[in-house]
Design a protein around this ligand. Sequence first.
Ligand code: ATR
Length: 289
Amino acid sequence: MRNYPFPNPETKICLTIGHPVDKQKSLYMHNAGYEALGLNYLYLVRDIPPQQLAQGVNAMIQFGVSGMSVTMPHKVNIIATLDEMTPAVEKIGACNTVHVQEGKTIGYNSDVIGALTCLKKKTELKAKRAIVLGAGGAARSVVYGLLEEGCEVVVLNRTQKKAQLLGNDFGIRAYGFEAWNDYRQYDIVVNATSVGSRREEDCTCRLCKLLYRGEEANILFDENKVALDVVFQRNQTEFTKLLQGKGYNIVYGHEMLVAQGAFQFELFTGHQAPVEVMYTELKKNLESW
Ligand code: ATR
């Protein structure tokens, strides 16, 4: 709790930038965290259209923001505006977190950190075998993180060509969904497609079809296996519903969202994030369809 007038001339500002931004939920968890620790910080959301990205970022820096979360469609194009970036941002080709220090911008990829933080709570990652579904930005972040931790990774994607591009970039095996059927030998499965983030959309992949049939899931994964769904817009997705109650260790997308938010919180404020407070606040604002 803050025991001083708030906001005030010293209040530090962090924000999410994207286009559009009407569905942004991160501000609730960040502001709840600031308030819980009595920090003189305020978190906002601003819409910056793609054609005004460089100008908009510059205006934010001049305005004195401490940090920015970067969301669609800016995660790739923001890189050209950065002063510095982590090796993860360079390799993945996407940045979703910008720390501003003395007017200099440093780019991070907090999706990698969020995914790894959550997975490591469930299992040791070294030498584990992982299937990653999807070949977009989220999949690239997860693949990068798993490889850094010493996992063996195979990528499956609806569009084979995109799978192959990712596979070539990271030097790993990558296939179209239908060209793969060896699901049994894996410890970790990650849904890094966008399936589940919109209503009434199923993944057509063979793995998900198997999972949808329920009993087959027992063949694919046993109790020591871990599933991560990067989709965070809902409490439950078809993917997590299928695995729930079958003894699997599931990491939900909203857990990953909080973990990456906690990383941003600590980066921007220098204070340990009150993860429980942030999680509770975020869950209140999730869709339950
Ligand atoms: P993000 O940056 O969030 O990863 P993206 O780059 O648009 O978003 O990637 C979305 C991913 O979800 C892609 O791998 C996409 O597959 P395609 O490469 O074939 O487009 C996948 N995806 C989206 N809708 C899907 C669906 N209905 N079934 C299976 N995969 C789907």
